[in-house]
Design a protein around this ligand. Structure first.
Ligand SMILES: [Zn+2]
Length: 222
């Protein structure tokens, strides 16, 4: 299988420029160019390859000195233009990738918080006072257990297991909303509001994991 397994370009100019670029040379013996065009690139039968080279010389697309040919000045210019364009495309692509990367890195807790919660649930979570949210954090494996006291009679338990990637919780909206829409309920919003005050690093680690890898998580009822 040839290294350059692409189709023969349509024009003679392009064939010659591509052949010299793929051979990685500025000048080449006619016999080597014939070999390159026929056996390496499989663009011509050997006898057609030699005809093509001779015709390119007579059209002054190639300049020939004894048994060596090189691209004409105008083809070299085209080649340089193509290199510049390829370089420009690479530069633009790299810049775009860097912009995306830095936008990701600039994302903070609040961005993820808004992403994983339905707006309505966030508003409802703010009705819960922080002192009514009780959190216990266990490390190795990391398990965050919270009791969210909405009212004296309405207490909800949320358990986030960061190692098993599982949230165990029971309320009307859970786990359906999480599974179907990828959105968490008011109790989880409340948990994160409090956790961010207690252990900012853990809060961002967990919310990031939930936001970018929602599909990996398991959501179950108690
Ligand atoms: Zn809930």
């Amino acid at each position: 299988m040839s290294l350059f397994a692409f189709n023969r370009p349509a024009s003679d100019d392009e064939i010659l420029i591509s052949a010299f670029m793929s051979a990685g040379v500025d000048s080449i013996k006619i016999v080597d160019l014939k070999f390159h065009l026929s056996f390496k690139l499989s663009w011509f039968a050997p006898s057609d390859a030699i005809n093509f080279i001779q015709s390119a010389v007579s059209k002054r697309l190639l300049s020939k000195k004894r048994n060596v040919v090189e691209l004409s000045a105008s083809l070299r210019e085209m080649q340089e233009g193509r290199n510049k364009m390829a370089e420009e495309r690479r530069r633009v692509r790299n810049e775009a990738e860097e912009a995306i990367q830095s936008a990701i890195e600039r994302k903070g807790f609040n961005d993820y918080f808004r992403e994983i919660h339905a707006r309505e649930e966030v508003i409802k979570s703010f009705r819960v006072l922080l002192k009514n949210i009780e959190i216990k954090v266990q490390k190795n494996p990391t398990i965050v257990k919270a009791t969210v006291l909405i009212s004296e009679t309405d207490a909800n338990i949320v358990e986030i297991n960061a190692n098993a990637l599982e949230i165990i919780h029971e309320c009307d909206n859970f786990p359906d909303m999480a599974i179907n829409a990828g959105k968490m309920c008011r109790h989880i919003a409340a948990l994160f509001r409090k956790l961010q005050k207690m252990d900012k690093e853990l809060a961002i680690e967990l919310i990031h994991k939930l936001s970018v890898g929602a599909a990996l998580w398991k959501f179950s009822k108690i």
